[in-house]
Design a protein around this ligand. Structure first.
Ligand code: C2E
Ligand code: MG
Ligand code: MG
Ligand code: MG
Length: 277
C-alpha cells in the first residue's frame, strides 16, 4: 500500500515537472519571438530630490508587451531569460531603446540608470560595446549610470572592478543596486568606482511600520547614509510609498529617492517641441 501511494505521488511529481519543462520551453520560444518582434520596451521611473520633488533622473525598467498576457514585469520572465542566455540580447535592445528614447524625449541634464545583469560584466568587451552604443545614440556618457547588484561584484571582483573603472574614466557612472540585502563587505566598497548607492526598498518600507523592525531599518538607513557620505557617494532610496517615509529619509539626510509616491514607471513625457513645431 505504502509503495502504491508512493508511486502515485511520484507520478504526480513527474507530471508537474514535465509541465514545468514545457512552460520553460514555451517561454523561451516566446522570448525569442518577442526579441524579433520588438515586444520589449523601457518604462522610466523618475528619481527625485526628496526636498522639492524635482526630477533629476530616471531608472529604465524592462517591460514585455506580451501579445496574449499583456504587460509583463521582469519577475515574470527574467529567470528564464537569464538561464537561457537570452537576457544579453534583451538587455542590449533595452539599452539601445532607452538611450534613444531619452535622447528624443528629454534634452535636459537628467541622468538615466540602466540595470545591468551580472553576466554582462564578465565580458571583456562590455564597456567598449556600451561606449559604442552611447556614441551611436548620441547620449552623453555622463548622463548614464549603470546599476549593478552586490552579487555581480562578487562574481569576478577584479574584472568587474576594471570594467567599472574604464567606464568611470569615460564618464559613465556606476550604482550599487538593492544595497543592504547582499553580503558585500564594507571594506571593499571604498575601492569600487561607485557614483551611487541605492538603498533597497525593504529598508525604506519598514521605516514607518509599527514595531521593532522599523527601528532596525532606521539604523540601517542611517549607517548606509553615513558610509556613503564618508565615501562621497550619492544615495537614492528605493520604493518610497508614503509621505512619512519621504519625511524620515529627508530628516536623516537622504537627498534622492524613487518610488510610487514620487512616480510610477511609465513613458517619458513628450516635450512640447518634440514634433519640431
Ligand atoms: P530594481 O532595479 O531594484 O528596480 C526596482 C523595482 O521596484 C522595479 O520593479 C520598480 O518598478 C519597483 N518599484 C519602484 N517603486 C516602487 C514602490 O514604491 N513600491 C514597490 N513595491 N515597488 C517599486 P520592476 O520594474 O518589476 O523590476 C524588477 C527588477 O528587475 C529590477 O529591480 C531589476 O533588478 C530587474 N530589471 C529591471 N529592468 C531590467 C533590465 O532592463 N535588465 C535587467 N537585466 N534587469 C532588469
Ligand atoms: Mg535597479
Ligand atoms: Mg533596486
Ligand atoms: Mg530589486
Amino acid at each position: 500500500r505504502a509503495k502504491q501511494s508512493g508511486r502515485k505521488r511520484f507520478e504526480m511529481f513527474d507530471e508537474a515537472l514535465a509541465k514545468n519543462m514545457v512552460d520553460v520551453l514555451t517561454l523561451e520560444a516566446e522570448l525569442r519571438h518577442a526579441l524579433q518582434h520588438d515586444e520589449f520596451e523601457p518604462y522610466f521611473q523618475p528619481i527625485c530630490r526628496l526636498g522639492d520633488g524635482r526630477v533629476v533622473g530616471h531608472e529604465a525598467l524592462l517591460r514585455w508587451n506580451h501579445p496574449a498576457r499583456g504587460l509583463l514585469r521582469p519577475e515574470d520572465f527574467i529567470r528564464i531569460a537569464e538561464d537561457s542566455g537570452l537576457i544579453e540580447a534583451i538587455d542590449w535592445s533595452m539599452f539601445e531603446l532607452s538611450c534613444r528614447q531619452l535622447m528624443l524625449r528629454d534634452r535636459d541634464d537628467t541622468f538615466m540608470t540602466l540595470n545591468v545583469s551580472a553576466r554582462h560584466l564578465r565580458y571583456a568587451d562590455f564597456d567598449t560595446r556600451l561606449l559604442q552604443l552611447l556614441q551611436s545614440t548620441g547620449l552623453p556618457n555622463s548622463r548614464l549610470i549603470i546599476e549593478v547588484t552586490e552579487g555581480a561584484l562578487l562574481d569576478d571582483a577584479e574584472r568587474v572592478h576594471a570594467t567599472l573603472e574604464r567606464l568611470r574614466v569615460a564618464g559613465v557612472g556606476a550604482a550599487l543596486d538593492d544595497f543592504g540585502t547582499g553580503y558585500s563587505s564594507l571594506s571593499y566598497l571604498h575601492s569600487l568606482p561607485l557614483r551611487m548607492l541605492k538603498i533597497d526598498q525593504v529598508f525604506v518600507q519598514k521605516l514607518d511600520e509599527v514595531g521593532p523592525t522599523s527601528n532596525t531599518s532606521g539604523v540601517m538607513v542611517e549607517a548606509i547614509l553615513a558610509l556613503a557620505r564618508a565615501l562621497n557617494i550619492q544615495v537614492v532610496a528605493e520604493g518610497i510609498e508614503t509621505q512619512t517615509q519621504r519625511r524620515m529619509l529627508l530628516d536623516m539626510g537622504c537627498e534622492l529617492g524613487q518610488g510610487y509616491l514620487l512616480g510610477r514607471p511609465g513613458a517619458l513625457p513628450v516635450p512640447p517641441d518634440a514634433f519640431g513645431t
